[in-house]
Write a new protein. Structure first.
Length: 116
């Protein structure tokens, strides 16, 4: 599945979601630009964690399923061990921050639905 963001300035972020079912496994992430990509169990968790600096670990009941930093030298990453997540409403919510130049950002996520 793919998420595309038009004209995303360097340093700016965006939110989105993927329909992955109630239980899922994340296998691979690919981006056309360096970015910080985080996946959450709910939109509420995503919003609550939105301002956490990248050099701090999440605390408490945070709902973070995965956090991936893609760099210029590493724009494709096979996720091993593969993160598993759950979602009450069947959506995996994500945030992305463009760490590259201004312009379009495209994310491609390979994932498996374990429970629809």
């Amino acid at each position: 599945m793919t998420a595309e963001f038009s004209d995303l300035a360097g340093g700016d972020g965006a939110f989105g979601s993927f329909d992955l079912g109630h239980a899922f496994r994340l296998d691979k992430i690919v981006s056309n630009k360096p970015c910080r990509f985080r996946v959450y169990a709910s939109a509420t968790y995503r919003t609550a964690d939105g301002d956490r600096p990248r050099d701090e670990d999440p605390q408490g009941d945070h709902g973070v399923v995965a956090e991936v930093i893609l760099t210029t030298d590493l724009l494709s990453l096979l996720l091993l061990p593969a993160p598993h997540g759950t979602s009450a409403d069947g959506h995996a919510y994500f945030s992305v921050v463009n760490d590259g130049d201004d312009g379009d950002l495209t994310l491609t996520l390979t994932a498996q639905t374990l429970e629809a």
